[in-house]
Write a protein that binds this ligand. Structure first.
Ligand SMILES: O=C(O)C(=O)C[C@]1(C(=O)O)C=C[C@@H](O)C=C1
Length: 316
């Protein structure tokens, strides 16, 4: 009997087609040929994953100019059983686009996704100092809205939008930093850990014990005393009272690396709430560097030594 074809899998992404999020999803080999579901916001993407409608969602988590995407970070802290299984980088460049007939001098109001708007603030202040801003759900939705209503005169959008829609570029490269990059994560409900590659990242969210002086230092010591480098440390308000924060942490290495596992045990002993978001290959595939005394073998040898002392092995 012939094998039945494998069931198609659905991946959610912030659409419509042409967004940077879609460009990030295009980097996922397993998503090729599967169903790509365009959603209007990050909440909808997470909902697709938790309900099982999608096997995974591609979500923007950090921009090199604007910083962390708070909607993503807060959702990861509040929705249980989510895992980051991959990381992808997309260079972001923006153009100011408008319908034919509109010139730069006619622009009073601009449609833009808030994260994109924040990355073009300098250009807007210099070139359209009196402009108004209407937030849109994505970089492509901003441009398409120009065909749906007259609320704005122009939109901030990816430059290639003009290949697919009747729009003109009023200004190219309006981002304040020409090297801007957005970091995306593929989020799923799986409990399976991606294999360690030697070029991995581990993401967690940890809260500090209340009213303890030096608590943040103690949290960071869990990593530094095991030779684990951090590539992200960001605070987000927990939201229930002033002065209460949780910390989003990206650590170099995989949970199956002894030094990372040991650091996580330390965090778990100390923090009232720790969320493990996943260990996954780094987008840049850069090998994690660490000094020899934090190698797996050193941890294993020390544990074996302790075990032999406890079990009373002769010569221990
Ligand atoms: O994917 C898109 O194009 C988006 O509109 C989303 C998004 C984001 O959420 O950060 C993605 C990349 C850019 O930095 C700005 C906006």
């Amino acid at each position: 009997m012939p094998d039945s074809p494998p069931a198609t899998r659905t991946y959610s992404y912030l659409g419509p087609t042409g967004t940077f999020t879609e460009a990030a999803l295009a980097q996922v080999p397993e998503a090729a040929g599967q169903v790509w579901k365009s959603v209007n916001n990050v909440g909808e993407a997470f909902d697709d994953v938790t309900s099982g409608r999608s096997v995974a969602a591609m979500i923007a988590i950090e921009n090199s100019v604007e910083g962390g995407v708070s909607a993503t970070q807060d959702a990861l802290a509040s929705i249980p059983n989510l895992r980051i299984v991959g990381e992808y980088l997309v260079r972001v460049q923006f153009a100011l686009v408008a319908r034919p007939g509109i010139e730069l001098k006619d622009v009073n109001v601009v449609n833009a996704h808030p994260v994109a708007y924040a990355q073009c603030r300098g250009w807007l202040e210099a070139n359209l100092p009196a402009h108004g801003h209407i937030p849109s759900t994505s970089n492509v939705a901003s441009a398409l809205a120009l065909f749906e209503n007259d609320l704005a005169d122009a939109a901030i959008a990816p430059p290639r939008i003009v290949d697919h829609h009747e729009l003109n570029v009023l200004a190219e490269n309006i981002g304040d930093n020409q090297n801007a990059v957005t970091r995306f994560v593929l989020v799923s409900r799986t409990n399976r850990l991606p294999e360690p590659t030697g070029a991995d990242k581990t993401s967690i969210i940890a809260e500090l014990p209340a009213d303890r002086s030096g608590a943040l230092l103690e949290l960071l010591e869990q990593f530094s005393t095991r030779g684990v480098n951090l590539s992200l440390l960001q605070s987000r308000p927990i939201g229930d009272a002033l002065g209460r924060y949780r910390f989003i942490i990206d650590a170099d290495g995989h949970i199956l690396d002894e030094r990372v596992a040991d650091a996580l045990l330390g965090v778990r002993r100390f923090s009232p709430r720790v969320i493990f978001l996943g260990s996954y290959p780094r987008a840049d595939r850069a090998q994690v560097e660490y000094v020899d005394r934090y190698d797996d073998g050193v941890f294993i040898e020390a544990r074996d030594w302790l075990r032999s002392l406890v079990s009373g092995e002769p010569g221990a």
